[in-house]
Structures are given as structure tokens and as C-alpha cells.
Design a protein around this ligand. Structure first.
Ligand code: ADP
Ligand code: ZN
Length: 592
């Protein structure tokens, strides 16, 4: 049976009219009994490619998944769509019931952790009844090249090979070429079984700015983004301080999350965030791995992420439901200085790789071209020159030639002995004498006062750029000294341009996220539907998005269906949800 033949089932189960992106290709292969590796970005809808076959095929689809939180999230969603789903994990109390249900052929979908899937008990379960499909989620875990290798995944192969007739579907959002090839080999999938979807997440808006008062900048950003969001902070302390500041500045509920909190507290913060429609979490990168919240509306970084991969994965946690999501990264010269300092502590073999990662980040934060283009090129794609949905596309920054100014700046750093900070060097260049300058005779240097008026405001941004580009490094005491790229720049051999500093840029009139977001502001029907969704979600013990996504409520508010039949035509309304919740929403619509 082809994927197209499943369209009616897609509609009745999930309420969707079409497959998205490569979903149809993947489902085609699964239904034909083939082996497949699907590499699709977060939010592309990977789970549907085995959940739909789970409903269509006789027998049960077994899904290997590494994180219990993710599993349970999926389980809730599948059950709400009327799929007979269960999981076998260490925290499931209904173990015996689940095994019996599987034996009796009462399950469509069974989630299991890799360490359990390779155990004896599971083997005997599989012998009792042959599964319809093995789906291996987060399949990059099988590869040592992947960023998240799990030895348990290596033990899956014998289980799979014991059932050569059962199709395999490996899924991942993050796998470079090397890792992809390795997954194919490790899981016994033919090379032509690779289905690769593009990396682009068009609904995510990218914006990157120099950090000039993180708390204020983030508070402004959050004020324009009423939905749920994540603020990544570099340190544990930082998450707690930022949570306090943001709560005070925005009046919203903000919780800190980091690995130093006790497990109970962490679970609570995570649970509350997933259930919320407006919660904010300030977090270290420990947060997000096991979270599958589709309605995250913004992701901010208070400091420089580790790599482009990390940045893309972290920002990728926004907007999985396809609605607009905003991102903002703040960076400073000290982020690069610190990261370059740490290079010195690394084993020799890793230095080159880490330096390349940092240089890629420098190119990203500094570019005045399209951010998305740069990101997608990094992942080996060939995107158009501009995307229309990043800061540089929306408001192209003016470029200023700073080649000569860079020569003056480097010269001042050199002549003052490569040990003073940016403030001192700036004072020398602009001819502001003080005691420290006079006592050292820096007011007698040829570089004293050679930068005037308008140009003075470019010195600080230029220092940031030169640190990012490794022309300047910082000493232990915060002084500036020459980096490897300094000499050529001082001779004027490399052109230096910088973006017009933000303070002088016209203030954005766009109103931030409010304009970018899809939800209507102050529509009483939409708000009433949301209130009903909250009540129904609380009753069912699930997060609101499990009931319906915002997009579904928007369509209800716009179309005002007056019957269950009419409501059933709205994308995202499947038969099971219509039966469970349709009347409640109809009653709300009738009041308007
Ligand atoms: P992934 O696992 O790839 O990150 P999910 O499986 O969580 O993505 O799906 C992301 C979102 O896309 C889900 O909220 C899902 O309801 C939605 N979705 C999936 N397939 C479709 C489709 N064909 N049409 C509309 N929405 C879809
Ligand atoms: Zn762009």
C-alpha cells in the first residue's frame, strides 16, 4: 500500500490533509517493507512516519527511544489521537499489562528503551508475536561519530537481524555525512534507503546582537514574545540570577534549570514548563534534551553557544508546531576570549577542531549577510542568498570600512605594551588623558588622540570584531594583546568591515515577536477557546498542546464551525479528538 492510499487514514487519525516534506517518501518505504534511514530536522514530523504505519499495519510497531521523557510525551500524543500505545520503561507500573496487551495483539505502538530492547525478556515477547516494524529513534546514538553515542544502540543489531523480514526505520534530526553512513552500516540499511530532508526551519527567525546589558535586552525581547520560551545561560549561577532579573523586569513566571538542582526540582520545572502556555526557563544546555514541547515561541542565548551545531539544535527547540518562533543570541568579546583561553587547556589533538568551531561561530555572529544562508551552508546545503526571516535580511546593517581604524587600534595596543584593556586603549586613541595615562606617558605616544568624533563610537564594536577574528586576544588580567591574525591586519593586508553599531541603527518598529507570531492578539473567541483547552488539558492530565495546537484553535476562531462535521474538516482535528473534545469547543464557538 502506498503512502497516498493512507491519506484518508492520515486525515481521520491525525486530522492532516497532506504529508509534510519527505514524510510521504518515508511512509512509502515503510509500507513497502523496506529499510530506511530518515534524516529530518526537528519539527519536520518524524514520529508520524511510524505512527501512521502503526495504525495502518497489522501488528505492533516497536519504537526504540533513548529518553523516557520523550517517550511519555509521544505516548500522550499518540493516545490522544486514538492510537493504542504503551511503553516499557523502568518507571512504568503497568509492565505486566503492557506485555499481555502486546501478546494479545492489542497494541499498535510500543515504546521501549534500548537497554531493555536488547534484554531476554523483550526477546521472548518478540517471539510471541512478530512486530510490524522496528523504528529506531535518535538513530545517531548508534554511531561513535554522532554527538551522543550510546553503546546500548550497538546491541540492537542482533535483535533486528533476528527478524530479517520486519522493516526497519531509523530516524534522526542530527547526523552529518560521516554519521549517516555509519548509521546505515550499523543498522543494516542499504545506501539507497537514506531519505534526507533539508535542514531549514523557515519559521524560526534568527537574530544575533552584541551584548550591551543582557538582562535589559532579554527583557525587551521577552516583552515582545508572550508565549513560552527558553533562555540559555552559560553558567548555573547565571541561570538563577537571570531568572530573578527577568521575573522582576517582565512580571512573568521564570524558573531556573541546571544540573545542580535536585532531581525533584528539575522534574518539576520541566513539567511546569511543558504544561505552560507562557512559562520561561533560564537554563544551561542541560535543558532541552528530553523535551518535546512543540509550542516553544522563543529561544534566547545570553552568551555564545559552543558551536554552530549546538546553536542550531538549541534554537531548533523553538517552533516545532510550525508557527513562527523567534531567537536572539547575545555575544561579547569576552565569550570568545574565554573560549580561546580554554583552547590552551585542551589535549593537542582537539585544539584544531575546537578552533575551527570557534571561527565558524565568529563568522556567524559577525556576518552582515543572511544568517540562515550561512547556517545552511555550514550543513552542506546550497540555500538562496537571503531568507527574509533573519535580522540581517529584515534590516540589512550598514557596513563600515574599518581597515584604517583597525590599524590604529592595533597600533595603540602594541605601543601601550599589550597589557591594557579596551577602555584604556580607547582613551589613548581618543586623546582622553587621565592619571594612569599620564603617569605612563601614554599621552606622548604617536597614537594618542588619533581617533576623533564619529569614529570613536566604532572602537568598542571593532574590539569585539578583532577578538572574534583572532587579531586580538585577552590576557589573564583582561588586557588586550596580539593574536595570530594581528600582523597582517596591522599592515593593512586584510580589509576589515564592521556593521554599523546597533545603538545608531533605527530602532526596530516591527514590535518584535508580537508581529511575527501567528496568534491574534486580544481576539475574545480565540482566548475563550484557549481557556477551554486549558480546562480540558487539566482534566485529561496532559499539556494543552496535546489537546490541540494553537493553529487548530486559530482555525476554529476563524472558521467558526457550527457542527461536529464542519469542525472535523479543520486540519489537526482527527476523529478521536473530535469525539473527545469537539462538543466542548463547539459550545464555546456558539457563544460568539
Ligand atoms: P520531530 O519528531 O520530527 O521533531 P514531531 O513528530 O514532533 O517532529 O512533529 C512536529 C509537529 O508537526 C507535531 O506537532 C505534529 O503534529 C506536526 N505534524 C506532523 N506531520 C504533520 C502533517 N503532515 N501536517 C501537519 N502537521 C504535522
Ligand atoms: Zn536571512
Amino acid at each position: 500500500m502506498s503512502a497516498d492510499a493512507l491519506l484518508p487514514l492520515l486525515k481521520s487519525t491525525f486530522g492532516f490533509d497532506h504529508f509534510r516534506g519527505k514524510q510521504g517518501d518515508v511512509v512509502d518505504r515503510v509500507m513497502a517493507g523496506q529499510r530506511t534511514l530518515a534524516v529530518m530536522p526537528t519539527g519536520a514530523g518524524k514520529s508520524l512516519t511510524y505512527q501512521l504505519p502503526a495504525v495502518a499495519l497489522d501488528g505492533c510497531v516497536v519504537v526504540v527511544s533513548p529518553l523516557i521523557a520523550l517517550m511519555h510525551d509521544q505516548l500522550r500524543g499518540a493516545r490522544a489521537a486514538g492510537i493504542r500505545a504503551a511503553s516499557l520503561t523502568s518507571v512504568d507500573a503497568d509492565f505486566a499489562d503492557t506485555r499481555q496487551a502486546y501478546r494479545d495483539g492489542q497494541l499498535d505502538l510500543l515504546y521501549i528503551a534500548p537497554e531493555r530492547a536488547t534484554g531476554e525478556g523483550f526477546r521472548s515477547l518478540m517471539e510471541a508475536r512478530t512486530p510490524a516494524l522496528f523504528a529506531i529513534d535518535e538513530a545517531h546514538c548508534v554511531s561513535e561519530w554522532g554527538h551522543d553515542f550510546r553503546p546500548d544502540y550497538r546491541l540492537l543489531r542482533p535483535l533486528l537481524d533476528a527478524y530479517p523480514g520486519v522493516p526497519r526505520l531509523a530516524l534522526t534530526a542530527t547526523a552529518d555525512k560521516h554519521t549517516r553512513e555509519d548509521i546505515l552500516v550499523q543498522l543494516g540499511i542499504p545506501a539507497d534507503g537514506l531519505i534526507l530532508a533539508g535542514f531549514d526551519r523557515p519559521n524560526i527567525r534568527y537574530a544575533i546582537r552584541p551584548r550591551i546589558g543582557a538582562a535589559k535586552q532579554l527583557a525587551d525581547f521577552i516583552a515582545a514574545n508572550p508565549g513560552p520560551g527558553i533562555v540559555y545561560c552559560p553558567t548555573r549561577d547565571g541561570t538563577e540570577r537571570m531568572a530573578e532579573k527577568l521575573a522582576a523586569a517582565t512580571g512573568r513566571s521564570v524558573s531556573a534549570y541546571h544540573a545542580g538542582l535536585d532531581p525533584e526540582r528539575r522534574a518539576r520545572v520541566q513539567h511546569d514548563f511543558v504544561a505552560s502556555e507562557d512559562g520561561i526557563v533560564t537554563a544551561t544546555v542541560a535543558f532541552g534534551m528530553g523535551i518535546d514541547k512543540p509550542d516553544v515561541r522563543f529561544v534566547a542565548h545570553a552568551g555564545l553557544p559552543k558551536s554552530i551545531e549546538a546553536y542550531y539544535q538549541e534554537t531548533g527547540r523553538g517552533g516545532r508546531d510550525g508557527d513562527p518562533a523567534e531567537t536572539l543570541m547575545l555575544w561579547g568579546a569576552e565569550d570568545f576570549a574565554r573560549a580561546r583561553m580554554r583552547l590552551g587547556e585542551l589535549p593537542e589533538a582537539r585544539v584544531a577542531g575546537e578552533r575551527a568551531r570557534l571561527n565558524a561561530m565568529a563568522a556567524l555572529v559577525e556576518t552582515s549577510e543572511c544568517r540562515r544562508t550561512l547556517l545552511l551552508r555550514h550543513f552542506g546545503e546550497n540555500p538562496p542568498e537571503s531568507c527574509g526571516n533573519c535580522d540581517n535580511c529584515l534590516e540589512p546593517p550598514a557596513r563600515i570600512d574599518a581597515t584604517v581604524l583597525a590599524q590604529k587600534l592595533l597600533s595603540a595596543v602594541y605601543r601601550t605594551g599589550q597589557s591594557f584593556g579596551a577602555g584604556h586603549v580607547e582613551a589613548v586613541l581618543t586623546g582622553r588623558s587621565d592619571e594612569r595615562i599620564a603617569s605612563r606617558g601614554h599621552d606622548k605616544l604617536s597614537v594618542f588622540g588619533i581617533v576623533g568624533g564619529e569614529e570613536a563610537r566604532l572602537i568598542k564594536p571593532l574590539v569585539r570584531t578583532l577578538v572574534a577574528r583572532e587579531a586580538l586576544e585577552t590576557t589573564e588580567h583582561g588586557g588586550l594583546m596580539f593574536g595570530p591574525a594581528a600582523r597582517a591586519m596591522m599592515k593593512g593586508e586584510v580589509p576589515v568591515t564592521i556593521a554599523e553599531p546597533p545603538a545608531r541603527r533605527t530602532r526596530r518598529q516591527r514590535g518584535g515577536g508580537a508581529a511575527a507570531a501567528a496568534n491574534p492578539v486580544g481576539d475574545p473567541l480565540f482566548e475563550a477557546l484557549r481557556a477551554t483547552r486549558r480546562e480540558l488539558a487539566a482534566e485529561a492530565g496532559v499539556p494543552p498542546y496535546v489537546v490541540f495546537h494553537d493553529a487548530v484553535l486559530r482555525a476554529m476562531a476563524a472558521d467558526k464551525p457550527d457542527s461536529l462535521h464542519a469542525m472535523g474538516t479543520i486540519p489537526g482535528v482527527g476523529a478521536k479528538k473530535l469525539e473527545a473534545w469537539g462538543d466542548a469547543f463547539l459550545a464555546v464557538i456558539r457563544q460568539f
